[in-house]
Design a protein around this ligand. Structure first.
Ligand code: LLP
Length: 438
C-alpha cells in the first residue's frame, strides 16, 4: 500500500524542473506549454484540465526515428494505451507512426484518427474470436501472439475468412526489468507472452498450421525502465532464438522489442532514447546484416508523458496538527498513478509570482478514500485558487481516468505553437448516466 513514509519531503525547483521538458517553460512567471499560457488555458477551459503539446509529441516521436536511423525497415508503433486521444493518434499517424494496440477499441481509434491498419501490431494476452475477426478484416500488420491456443485460434479464424494472418510470437524472456512489479511484464511469473523455454516449439507448432504467415518475434519486458541493460539482456535472449530458428529453417522479417523506456518524472535519470538506441543498435545491425531483420518498437510513455500536464485548481487549504492538506479539483479519478503505484509525480505552480509562505503539503483530491492523493510531503507556497500543474501526466493519465464518485472526466486540449483547441470535451453529467435507466 502507498505509505507516507515512502514519500520523503520533496522540494522541486520549478525552473530546474521544466528546463529539460521540451515545449514547457516559464515566461514572466507563468507556465507555458507549446507557447500557450496555462492562465489562458484555465480561463478558457476550466480545471481539472489535460493539456498536451503537439510539438513535443512530434519531437519525441522523431527522436525515435532519428536514433534508429542507422537501421533500415524500422517501424515505431506508438503504444495507444498510453494516450489514446484521437488528436494525439492523428498527430502521430500523420508523422508516419505505426501503432501498438491491445484491444479492437484501440484499433478503431487508430483507424478513426487516420492511422494505417497495415502499420498496426496487436498485443494482448486475451484476444477473443471477435477481436481476431475484427483485426483480420481490418488488415492489421501483425498479431503479437501470446499463447499456444491463440496461435491455433488465429489460424482457424483466418482459414474461415479465407485470409492469411501475419503473426509474431511474443516471447517472455524471463528478464528482470527492475521496475514497479505492477508494470513488469517479462518475468516467467508474469502472465505475458510464451515462455522462452517453449518458444522454439511454439514456432514449429505455428509452422504446421495453415493460414499463418510467421513474420516476427516480439517481447516487451516492462514499463518505466531506467537502464538499458534489461533491454540488452532481453535482446540477447531473443537473438539466441532467432539463430536457432534460422538453423531450423524458420526465417523472420522483423524483431519487435516492445516499449518501456522510462521518463524523468522528478529526479529519475533514465537512459535517453539515443543511449537506448546505441545500446541496441550494434546487435540489431548485425541481425539485419545476417538475416535482413527489420525492427518494430512500441514506445508509449516516452512519447507522450512529458508532452502533457494536468492542470488543477487548489480548492481548499486545510492545515492540521499532523499534516497540511491542499485539496485540489483533480484526484485519483483523473490521475491514478500516485494512488495505484505510489508514483511520485512533479507538482509545480503555474504562477511563480504567488506570494505565500512555503509549507509542506499533501496534495489530495476530494474523493472519499485516503488512497486519493496526487503528491505527498511537497514544499509549496500555496493560496486557495492557485493553479498547479502535474507534469508527466500526458501518459497513463486521462486514459486511466474513471468516473468514481460521479466525477465527469476532464477536457483535453491540444496546444500547438501558441494555438489551442479542445480535443475532448469535458464530460457532462448527462454523459455519465447515458445508457442508464431509472
Ligand atoms: N507494448 C506493450 C505490449 C505494453 O504492454 C506496453 C505497456 C507498451 C508497449 C508501452 O510501454 P511504455 O513505452 O509506455 O512503457 N499504467 C502504467 C503503465 C502500464 C504499461 C503497460 N504496458 C503506468 O502508469 O505507469
Amino acid at each position: 500500500m502507498a505509505d507516507s513514509t515512502k514519500h520523503p519531503t520533496l522540494t522541486i525547483d520549478p525552473h530546474t524542473h521544466v528546463a529539460d521538458l521540451p515545449f514547457i517553460h516559464y515566461q514572466d512567471n507563468t507556465l507555458f506549454i507549446d507557447n500557450v499560457s496555462t492562465k489562458t488555458l484555465t480561463q478558457t477551459y476550466g480545471t481539472p484540465l489535460y493539456v498536451y503539446s503537439k510539438n513535443a509529441l512530434l519531437a519525441n516521436y522523431r527522436t525515435y526515428v532519428a536514433s534508429f536511423a542507422p537501421l533500415s525497415n524500422v517501424q515505431i508503433c506508438y503504444a495507444v494505451k498510453s494516450n489514446s486521444n484521437l488528436a494525439v493518434l492523428a498527430t502521430l499517424a500523420h508523422a508516419g507512426a505505426g501503432f501498438d494496440i491491445v484491444s479492437v477499441g484501440e484499433l478503431a481509434r487508430v483507424l478513426k484518427a487516420g492511422g494505417q491498419a497495415q502499420k498496426v501490431v496487436y498485443s494482448g494476452v486475451g484476444k477473443t474470436k471477435n477481436d481476431i475477426i475484427t483485426a483480420l478484416n481490418a488488415g492489421i500488420g501483425c498479431f503479437n501472439v501470446e499463447a499456444m491456443s491463440e496461435i491455433e485460434l488465429i489460424s482457424q479464424i483466418a482459414g474461415r475468412l479465407g485470409k492469411t494472418a501475419p503473426i509474431a510470437l511474443r516471447i517472455n524472456p524471463d528478464v528482470d526489468a527492475k521496475t514497479h512489479p505492477y508494470i513488469s511484464t517479462g518475468l516467467k511469473e508474469d502472465k505475458f507472452g510464451i515462455s522462452h523455454d517453449n518458444a522454439i516449439d511454439a514456432y514449429h507448432f505455428a509452422n504446421t498450421l495453415p493460414n499463418l504467415d510467421i513474420i516476427g518475434i516480439d517481447c516487451h519486458i516492462g514499463s518505466q525502465l531506467s537502464n538499458t541493460q534489461p533491454f540488452v539482456d532481453a535482446l540477447d535472449k531473443i537473438i539466441e532464438l532467432i539463430d536457432t530458428l534460422h538453423t531450423q529453417g524458420i526465417t523472420l522479417d522483423h524483431i519487435d522489442l516492445g516499449g518501456g523506456l522510462g521518463v524523468r518524472y522528478v529526479d529519475e535519470t533514465p537512459a535517453s532514447v539515443s543511449e537506448y538506441a546505441n545500446a541496441l543498435l550494434p546487435k540489431l545491425l548485425d541481425l539485419q546484416k545476417k538475416y535482413g531483420l527489420g525492427l518494430h518498437l512500441e514506445p508509449g510513455r516516452n512519447i507522450c508523458a512529458n508532452a502533457g500536464m494536468l492542470l488543477t485548481n487548489v480548492d481548499v487549504l486545510k492545515p492540521t496538527e499532523h499534516k497540511n492538506f491542499a485539496i485540489v479539483d483533480a484526484s485519483m479519478c483523473e490521475l491514478i498513478r500516485p494512488a495505484l503505484y505510489g508514483s511520485v509525480m512533479a507538482v509545480i505552480p503555474t504562477d511563480l509570482s504567488t506570494i505565500a509562505a512555503a509549507k509542506v503539503w499533501d496534495v489530495v483530491g476530494s474523493v472519499c478514500e485516503s488512497s486519493d492523493f496526487l503528491a505527498k510531503n511537497r514544499t509549496l507556497a500555496l493560496n486557495v485558487d492557485d493553479t498547479l500543474a502535474i507534469t508527466g501526466a500526458g501518459a497513463y493519465g486521462f486514459v486511466m481516468a474513471s468516473n468514481y464518485n460521479t466525477r465527469p472526466r476532464p477536457a483535453e486540449v491540444m496546444c500547438d505553437d501558441g494555438s489551442h483547441r479542445v480535443v475532448r470535451e469535458r464530460e457532462s453529467l448527462d454523459d455519465l448516466w447515458r445508457g442508464e435507466s431509472v
